[in-house]
Design a protein around this ligand. Structure first.
Ligand code: ARG
Length: 466
């Protein structure tokens, strides 16, 4: 007999049971379902809807059900559809009739919204912790890289030199924004929907403030229809997760490029690379590739839930059960990717020689020559044109701009002094980019220090586990 079986003359077709059951994946809401039910039972006793001893029996029973399930002494069943009904069923088996009072003034619609929010609240902290781990790896590698420089690229064409540390810290900026997005998402996750009932509110004198406090929520949902049908909080997390995945994917794309023989800017640690079953010489950046690939499913999960929600009338609809697999997959995938990417990054070996080789021959100091001319009072557009000619001339000779003599410069219409060599040198070019945000060593070491301080504090509030 189903817990809701009263109005049915027949039992459900087995295929329907299998089809609409969510216990195969929502089992992981167990600790949150128990925590939510305990708070609810205590509240019911507090306002006099059930007796204090009944609430106590229910709470004790819920703890027992949870530990029985964990130890394998009790089992979940598709017969009971989802985690909520499984817990209630097992509770009834365990403590008898008093268990039937638990669902007073509650619906699975506000219950599932509650459980999902409690679950996600914990996972936000877990994701943040792993994000910080990846940031720490980037910061450590940036420290090791010291003053190693490489070409910065636009259009994947060599453009201007940058410190490798500066390049790595660009990703730290991205992941810091991601942490802020998680912290912002938390604000809308940590709101209590319990008390909305099925959709319209409940007829009992419930104390929502008490439940809010018990469960550590910041506030309560103020519209019952919205409370049971809102999944924005999950969508927001999944959007943030998709952006994190894209950031990781971009970093991984660079690792794949850098680890290729064509670039050879870095070497992967053996523990974080893999071989080929046929070609004995291969060392493949599989971790980076797979993280890049998994960004597809994180984006996919977001699109799944957006599409599920599109066109749903208020309030709860069974379609919304589809939120969970997408949300869980998004959480799991992001966590696993962050976990494996951090040590892969931290153990990269920087090949300074290859980086500096790549700085040669690409006229990476052309902008600096133009800037040099501008400092003599020449308008930038004119300087740009003069340097363009100089590049054409030097390329014809097969040499760099720094190899041209004062005489040759003069013939090209460019007036140079003794200081031109310094301006066109790698050190000169880097040091010149000294405005805030630039790649000058001084600026980069300031940012490195700030980044390291930044990751010492967490942005997502922590709760003791349910
Ligand atoms: N398993 C359901 C879900 O995940 C719980 C809510 C079901 N509510 C209902 N009225 N059928 O969404």
């Amino acid at each position: 007999m189903k817990l809701w079986g009263g109005r049915f003359a027949k039992s459900t077709d087995k295929r329907v049971d299998d089809f609409h059951s969510s216990i195969g994946f929502d089992w992981r809401l167990l600790p949150y379902d128990v925590a939510g039910s305990k708070a609810h039972a205590r509240m019911l006793a507090r306002v006099g809807v059930i007796r204090g001893d009944e609430a106590e029996a229910i709470c004790r029973g819920l703890d027992d059900v949870e530990s029985d399930l964990r130890s394998g002494q009790a089992e979940l069943s598709t017969q009971h559809e989802d985690i909520h009904m499984n817990v209630e069923y097992l509770l009834t088996e365990r403590i008898g009739d008093v268990a039937r009072k638990l669902h007073t003034a509650r619906s699975r619609n506000d219950q599932v919204a509650l459980d999902t929010r409690l679950y996600l609240r914990d996972e936000l902290a877990e994701v943040e912790e792993r994000l910080v781990g990846l940031e720490r790896a980037l910061i450590d590698l940036a420290r090791q890289a010291d003053d190693a420089a490489l070409p910065g690229y636009t259009h994947l064409q060599r453009a201007q030199p940058v410190l490798f540390a500066h390049h790595l810290l660009a990703y730290v900026e991205m992941f810091e924004r991601d942490r802020e997005r998680l912290a912002d998402c938390y604000k809308r996750v940590n709101i209590c929907p319990l008390g909305a009932g099925a959709l319209a509110g409940v007829t009992y004198p419930i104390d929502r403030e008490f439940v809010r406090q018990e469960l550590g929520f910041d506030s309560v949902c103020l519209n019952s229809l919205d409370a049971v049908s809102d999944r924005d909080f999950a969508l927001e997390f999944m959007s943030a997760a998709a952006i994190i995945a894209i950031h990781m994917s971009r970093l991984c794309e660079e690792i794949v490029l850098w680890a290729s023989s064509e670039f050879a800017f870095v070497e992967l640690d053996d523990a974080y690379s893999t071989g080929s079953s046929m070609m004995p010489q291969k060392k493949n950046p599989d971790v980076a590739e797979l993280v890049r690939g998994k960004s597809g499913r994180v984006v996919g999960s977001l699109v799944t839930l957006l599409t599920v929600m599109k066109g749903l009338p208020l309030a709860y609809n069974k379609d919304m059960q589809e939120d969970k697999e997408a949300l869980f997959d998004s959480v799991d995938t992001i966590k696993r990717c962050l976990e494996v990417l951090a040590p892969s990054v931290e153990t990269l070996r920087v090949n300074r020689a290859r980086m500096s080789e790549a700085l040669q021959g690409g006229y990476l100091n052309a902008t600096d020559l133009a800037d040099y001319i501008v400092r003599q009072g020449v308008p930038f557009r004119r300087a740009h044109e003069l340097v363009g000619h100089a590049v054409q001339y030097a390329a014809g000779k097969g040499v760099g701009l720094e190899a041209l003599s004062p005489q040759e410069f003069r013939e090209l219409g460019i007036d140079v002094g003794h200081d031109v060599g310094e301006a066109l040198s790698l050190q000169g070019m880097l040091a010149a980019r000294a405005a805030v945000g630039g790649t000058a060593p001084q600026r980069v070491s300031e940012r490195l220090k700030a980044a390291n301080e930044g990751i010492q504090s967490l942005k997502v509030p922590r709760h003791s586990p349910a």
